[in-house]
Design a protein around this ligand. Sequence first.
Ligand SMILES: C[S@@+](CC[C@H](N)C(=O)[O-])C[C@H]1O[C@@H](n2cnc3c(N)ncnc32)[C@H](O)[C@@H]1O
Length: 276
Amino acid sequence: MKPPLDPEGPLDPEGPMDPDGLSDHARLNRESWDADSDQYQTDHGPQLAESRGLAWGVWQIPESELGVLGRVRGLDILELGCGAAQWSIALYREGARPVGLDLSEVQLAHARRLMSEAGVVFPLVHASAESVPLPGESFDIVFCDYGATTFADPYLWVPETARLLRPGGLLAFSGATPLIQMCYPDDTDHPDDSDHPGDRLLRDYFGMRALPYEGYVDFMLPYGEWIALFHANGFEIEDLLELRPPVDAVSSYRDATDREWSRRWPAEQIWRVRRR
Ligand SMILES: C[S@@+](CC[C@H](N)C(=O)[O-])C[C@H]1O[C@@H](n2cnc3c(N)ncnc32)[C@H](O)[C@@H]1O
């Protein structure tokens, strides 16, 4: 499939919308996640279940080690791109009041299945993180683990999270690093499938924003742009965690070659920023 976006061209935040009010890349990503969801849950559901929902990134580093969200009891929490809601189910069990949001109806069907199995009930919202149909200042925490923040345009979703958070609220999200994005072979294959990052920079750093792959679009910004975007939307930066897997880590998402790369260079990061 031809990439829908020119990776080097500017994106128009008001730009092409389908009848559902979705941007072109959100519509493409929704189709892709609806098509891939069942296989994704078959492939990765067991690892996510083993981590009991409270672990970060492809190497599932426990929240108890990283302490990204901290104490959640009694807090209103929005998960952006919740998938099958493994995180939100775990947070509900910790005493939080989660809301799971996802663009994919099939992913949300898996969330309903896991919630029913767990015997828990909380709201699920079918929408894009780029335009969230919820009132402002409703949440203490907005977060995700490789969720919508990987697939949505930061120039749309960062202002949305600033609107949704109460003053003093926390935004935390994990995803790939600019470094690993620059080291993947420069083709249109999904980097999760069989490609491995190399030890050379193959893409430009400046100008990085939409990364069109076969059938879907990822987003990534240079560090200076992330920082400027957070500041412009009233966030103070608390932390940038660069994740390093243990020597013997195993993952349903990655193989030993990826693990060795990730032991040498940061492949994943977690931003932790707070609304002033
Ligand atoms: C890799 S999954 C992450 C979910 C969960 N943390 C996990 O590890 O399975 C990414 C999720 O983001 C959702 N997503 C992609 N683009 C989105 C958008 N614009 N708004 C909301 N959700 C989106 C996808 O449908 C998918 O469920």
